[in-house]
Design a protein around this ligand. Sequence first.
Ligand code: GLC
Length: 755
Amino acid sequence: MKKTICFLLLLMGCAISFAQSSPSNGMQIFIDSLLQKMTLEEKVGQMNQYNGFWEVTGPVPNEGNAKLKYEHLKKGMVGAVLNVKGTANVRKLQEIVVKESRLGIPLLFGFDVIHGYKTITPIPLAEAASWDLEAIEKSARIAAIEASAVGINWTFAPMVDITRDARWGRVMEGAGEDPYLGAKIGVARVKGFQGQDLSSSNTIAASVKHFAGYGFAEAGRDYNTVDVGTSTLYNIILPPFKATVDNDVKTVMNSFNTLNGIPATGNKFLQRDILKGKWNFKGFVVSDWGSGAELITHGFAKDLKEVAILSANAGSDMDMESYAYVTHLKEMVEAGKVDIAVVNDAVRRILQVKYELGLFADPYRYCDAQREKDLLYHPNHLAAALDIAKKSIVLLKNIKTTGQGNPLLPLNKNQKNIAVIGALANDKNSPLGSWRVGSDDNSAVSFLEGFKKYNSNFVYAKGADLVNGPTDFIHEVKINETDKSGFAQAIALAKKSSVVIMVLGEHGFQSGEGRSRSKLDLPGVQEALLEEIYKVNKNIVLVLMNGRPLAITWAQEHIPAILEAWQLGTQTGDAIAQVLFGDYNPSAKLPMTFPRSVGQEPLYYNHYSTGRPNTNDVVFWSHYSDESNEPLYPFGYGLSYTNFEYTDLKINDSDPSAIRVSVQVKNTGKIAGEEVVQLYLHDRVASVVRPVKELKGFKKILLHSGESTLVTFTLTNNELGFYNNEGVFVVESGDFDVMVGTNSIQGLSAVFTKK
Ligand code: GLC
């Protein structure tokens, strides 16, 4: 024991002295020296991640898996754990490894800090609707501060899976359908998590996921097959990953799906040729939960030994909960099936992240019980969560109803005789969304609680339950499909009210992992409730709380005011109230297309023309006989309580390497507002067909009533080029359409020629 402590002190001393010399070669020297001391078994141990297996303040596990894991912990055969939280637990586990294992290499503590830890911010799809990169980075920053305060030093975020199919449950976790917006947001999140100095005790390593293609699961069914062409892979799926790698993301998580027949965890092309080769990624790849062992179920590996061989050789550096590496990798190296260089490279990458986190200098830097007390739910975090929440709310519709001088929104703060209807209005849990494993149940400000702070002149009826029975992270949500017994009371209240606010949508556990839906309607009896209320009172404001685009076509045709309020996290009620009563003028824009019906899915704005995009009064063109091709709400769409006028679009291509586009934008309404000015390009003719339009720039501006400003963009080869089917980035001459406007279908257009 004494020897170990002396060695440890020596090791830590080295770490500190190396760090004081030039960091990078100090780190390499330190890691080289450590690698030389490690046995093969200890190296394999670094490549092994276990799920948290006991609350260490409890009795030491003495049976089954937990006993095995405990033994491995003491023998230095665990490199990381996940789902261990609380400085007491983290410190205890870290002490076991640092004091009892031979080399005392500290653990990484991973956790799904997806949109907040205790202070829960809006689901990522909602945050993406803000198009506010600063607010999004801030949201990740406060998540990192709270997570690190409870001992976590690694988050499995940001998820940057581009997706075009709202049936997929995990659309809530990403930034929607566009790679340009998705890349910007992914980088903002990485910067928020990792901060300026990864060795600081309030920054954590990020893990960009899921590499790659997971969002293209066939039919939107989670974990389903992914088969995509080269152009979609290189131009749609990969750019957000590459952007985060170019911005120093420390880890990458691979994915459950096959990509063109090869499971991502065993996919050498993805992990070695692209990620570590072309992109020169220096961090490490962690598998998704059990995705290594699933190579067997996919029919790609015959047993766990082959899993160890195929995954390690393909570049999956750390095995999360498959037990493949810890059970077989040493034997496979000794049998010559996996070269020791593969293991050394993986271990080097893992040790490097630990070094950069400062864990060798101080393994307990994330174990400060005082920070845990001081920082969770800090007022600054709650303020930031409220800010991003209100900026995520999309105004979808707001028109005058018959006999009304003004649109229903914003509501008058002295408005009397209001009815609020809907189970979600009184729900403090569902608005936290599905990926909130660190949160406290029922910790959201409910719609009613927020509303009441502005106006208590309302009556409430839930109208109908949304769910039947308890809900949790791992079981199906039982939706109330039949019980309308609460309708009568709600209808009676609506009849007597001057305005009705209906809060409808999905339960927080109806989206997220394993939560794909075959329909995109309002779940259960909610659509029926809405139509019944409409029969007795047409002055309805519909507030949606959902984790995916919904096909709310009837509502769009009948309901005068509609707010998309997603699942906004802890500050839900306050954020919605600020928008409803006009203290915040809604500014968000949809990051994902809303379809008219589920049959249109996958439906997205940056589609190809096809050879027959238009009818010629015959059926022989690309369409449905029973549905429009148009979306219900397009990508980039969102209204404001004021209006913006776009004029004077100009292109200056005197410098072909930096083509300047400018447009005048004026606030022609009566109140100040923010507008997301969007720039779309269409490369008319190319060696690989290009989408009819692609987002290539956006700026969020604030204009006061009557104020006008010139908004400029610069287009370089980065915006004009694309990846061809050999994966080579090319820029081709020819005509480009430019559209600058308020969403992906409304704006001013012009054309220029790239010489
Ligand atoms: C899950 C998810 C992944 C998550 C991991 C650890 O299955 O796919 O996103 O980070 O397991 O919880």
